[in-house]
Design a protein around this ligand. Structure first.
Ligand code: C5P
Length: 325
């Protein structure tokens, strides 16, 4: 399987819910930075992780891909006679705990792979339901493309967008952020300044901070920019309510964002809960220039380029697997 990283072009976060989660309105966007996941029959369930940041991925039952395997087996409840034990092998290119939903991607890939391997015939909607139970971002990794997420992020509507390819530069940070800690920091910031939103991060000037209790809403300017396929407008409309929280925990990211904007990015923001910073470029060649300059500026650990939207979790012919993208 090949499965993409995701960015959030908008991430609007509501107040904390009773179950510890936050209601969201988000615009997910899959990009061409892929993990590769292989599932094979085995004597018992297990996982091997290699590649980028592999030593920081749990290799036991806590591994999100293994949890996905267990969740699918349970959903089948004996329907698939051959829902046997499997070994999952993950080749990571998506950095770990980077705000790019790499763990969720691996879980989505494991779901699709087991569905194939077991010939279980689970339809897309039931797979999405199982994915949503495994994690908030797993359902989107099945779908890919560009989609609006609501609820915890798991209720998805594919965004009808023209075939525009966007050119992104990703600046990987020297460090990690924990998603629950970033959400908790946002709650603290909001409690301190008395608003539900604080100032939304992103490249445009934030609108009115939301009042406590306000529901997060889809950004009409971003949706219209995506419909028109105008990268300049998309760049201006990027926003992320988690950004001030991520910056409060990882202040060095301010420099990274500022450097990318000074170097001509159309827009810049922290990806999800961070600490990866993402920059939109006007073309493939601008993205290359930006990537080279950002690497030289010493404001991040490493830099990658990616295009979006990318397809969701998909089987790749084995001849193509492992080929650099
Ligand atoms: O669903 P997932 O396990 O990916 O979420 C990780 C953590 O992120 C949650 O435990 C929660 O602290 C936070 N989160 C949240 N609201 C969401 C999604 C995630 O508070 N909508």
């Amino acid at each position: 399987m090949r499965v993409p990283a995701k960015l959030n072009l908008q991430l609007a976060v509501g107040p904390p819910r009773g179950d510890g989660y936050h209601d969201l309105v988000t615009v997910f966007h899959a990009v061409s930075l892929f993990d590769e996941v292989t599932v094979a029959p085995a004597g018992r369930d297990g996982v091997t992780v290699g590649g980028e940041g592999a030593d920081r991925v749990p290799a036991g039952p806590d591994n999100l891909a293994l949890r996905a395997v267990t969740a699918l087996r349970r959903a089948l409840a004996g329907r698939a006679a051959a829902a046997g034990r499997v070994h999952v092998t993950i080749a990571k290119r998506i950095p770990v705990a980077a705000g790019l939903a790499g763990g969720s991607a691996d879980a989505a890939a494991a779901l699709v792979a087991c569905n194939e391997l077991w010939r279980a015939g689970v339809g897309q909607q039931q797979l999405v339901d199982v994915a949503a139970r495994v994690g908030s971002d797993v359902a989107f990794a099945l779908l890919g493309g560009t989609a609006v997420g609501r609820g915890r992020g798991e209720r998805l509507t594919q965004a009808l967008a023209p075939s525009t390819q966007y050119h992104w530069v990703l600046a990987f940070a020297d460090g990690q952020l924990s998603t629950p800690e970033v959400y908790a920091a946002l709650d603290r910031l909001r409690a301190a300044d008395g608003t539900a939103a604080g100032a939304s991060g992103g490249s445009r000037s934030p609108g009115r901070p939301r009042a406590p209790g306000d529901e997060p809403a889809l950004d009409a300017a971003l949706m219209s920019a995506l419909r028109s396929g105008d990268a300049r407008q998309v760049g201006r409309a990027l926003s992320n309510d988690l950004q001030p929280a991520a910056l409060s925990l990882f202040p060095a990211l301010r420099k990274t964002l500022a450097a990318g904007l000074e170097l001509g990015a159309l827009g810049a923001l922290v990806s999800g809960s961070g600490p990866t910073c993402v920059f939109l470029a006007a073309s493939a060649s601008r993205a290359l220039d930006l990537a080279v300059s950002l690497s030289g500026a010493g404001v991040c650990r490493s830099v990658a380029r990616a295009t979006g939207p990318a397809p969701g979790a998909a089987v790749v012919p084995s001849a193509e697997a492992g080929r650099p993208r």
